[in-house]
Design a protein around this ligand. Structure first.
Ligand code: CTP
Length: 414
């Protein structure tokens, strides 16, 4: 592995798309990580964000014109691309990508791309019809062959009110890809690590709570909403994986295109996992009940003169540990969640060892954190080498980031 670049510097080309506002957040993340950012703003980009916002956040002058006398005397445009360790296009519009694929040099952005021999990373952003158009697909294929790297686009709701592939990757995803690119100098390594394509990979994901019957009308349960597991299933499917989602009772709709198995109890969930195996990545996002009632009643338990019934509990099978400790068909990547209310990282570390899984995603589920049932999540990724705290993200963004992260680990291992 190559040494990370010291004091890295990025040339960020901001194209003309509604997603340009996300580039402001990207610059903020890069600056916080002490990455130097110089921004080139296209004419169309300036319709969406102002040079003043970009200059304030990056702390550097923003470049807009190819034939600016002042810019050329300060720093020639060729120098601008030479100074950077990495060229990033975000948003990379259909037009910018077409120009780059054709080798045009009729404005500052296209000229810099042509004049640069640095690694280039593009975050495409456009309407899904434009993205799936054969012309854009041809340009993307051409650029890939020429050595350009891509992050996203994601599937999702678009500013134009439509839904589909073309939504720019989230700032944290682009930030991660930039970090990966800066930490690698070998293009082959970079290709493997930025490859988020999970096509041909199978993922099994458990989600939601389990309900453990007391009698035909009562059960033991927990507050899991299933939102995080469902978001992971959607993100994995968008990344091209074949997904089997095994879910306890929740009030969510199964994502279209995902293999879905609905279960009630921990034992049913364990049996469904057994049927769905083998797979490449197993993610246990379910909040499986640790205990069930040893002898649940066939009939509704009636109030009686003996007072309230005593419920004797017995332990449920540990589905995650069972998959992680398999000798045959152990998935190459086994991922668990650790829901903790105190000593988050220490408990997560111990849980990873105890369960024998490769990665633990730790969550603070104390009521103050609002993770259980809420829309946001702060994930801490614990693996054999390290613990990494991710920023607070929506469960959708956290899911996409997690899927991309796991895709990279899998690509490295196989
Ligand atoms: N898990 C599982 N089967 C169980 C219990 C938990 O597959 N019977 C999985 C969960 O899906 C999660 C991980 O194990 O990925 C950790 O769950 P958690 O409830 O945090 O851990 P516990 O095993 O209950 O441990 P503790 O009692 O120490 O919290």
């Amino acid at each position: 592995m190559a040494e990370p670049i010291k004091n890295p510097s990025i040339l960020l080309i901001v194209g003309g798309g509604i997603a340009a506002y996300k580039s402001l957040e990207l610059i903020r993340l890069l600056r916080a990580a002490e990455v130097e950012v110089r921004v080139v703003l296209t004419k169309a980009g300036a319709q969406f964000v102002t040079p003043l916002s970009l200059a304030s956040l990056s702390g550097n002058k923003v470049y807009e014109d190819l034939f600016s006398l002042t810019d050329e005397t300060e720093m020639g445009h060729i120098e601008l691309s030479r100074q950077a360790d990495l060229v990033v296009m975000a948003p990379a519009t259909a037009d910018l990508l077409a120009k780059a694929a054709q080798g045009h040099a009729n404005d500052l952005a296209s000229t810099l791309l042509l004049a640069s021999d640095k690694t280039a990373l593009a975050a495409p952003a456009m309407n899904w019809r434009m993205f799936t158009h054969p012309a854009t697909q041809r340009n993307l294929a051409r650029l890939r062959t020429d050595g350009m790297f891509f992050i996203g686009p994601n599937d999702g709701a678009m500013a134009c009110g439509e839904f589909g592939p073309g939504r720019m990757a989230e700032p944290v995803e682009i930030f991660d890809a930039i970090q990966t690119a800066l930490n690698r100098t070998k293009r082959t390594d970079l290709h493997d690590e930025l490859c988020q394509d999970l096509a041909g990979r199978k993922m099994i994901i458990t989600a939601g709570p389990t309900h453990e019957p007391i009698d035909p009308v009562r059960y033991l349960a927990n507050r899991s909403s299933g939102k995080q597991g469902y978001a992971i299933a959607r993100a994995a499917q968008a990344a091209g994986a074949e997904v089997v989602l095994i879910s306890g009772p929740v009030s969510l709709v199964a994502p279209p295109g995902v293999g879905f198995v609905g279960v009630e109890t921990a034992r049913e969930m364990a049996a469904a996992v057994e049927v769905a195996l083998p797979c490449d990545i197993f993610i246990a996002a379910a909040a499986v009940a640790d205990w069930r009632v040893e002898a649940d009643s066939d009939q509704k338990i009636k109030k009686g003169s003996e007072g309230p019934p005593l419920l004797r509990l017995t332990e449920n099978p540990d589905i995650l540990a069972g998959v992680a400790r398999r000798v045959e068909n152990r998935p190459p990547l086994v991922v668990g969640f650790a829901a903790e209310t105190e000593n988050l990282i220490e408990h997560a570390r111990q849980k990873r060892m105890r369960k024998g899984c490769d990665v633990i995603v730790a969550n603070d589920v104390s009521p103050a954190a609002g993770v259980m049932g809420g829309d946001d999540n702060t994930m801490v990724i614990v693996d054999a080498e390290s613990e990494t705290v991710w920023p607070k993200l929506s469960k959708e963004d956290a899911a996409r980031r997690l899927v991309a992260h796991l895709g990279r680990i899998l690509a490295k291992r196989s």
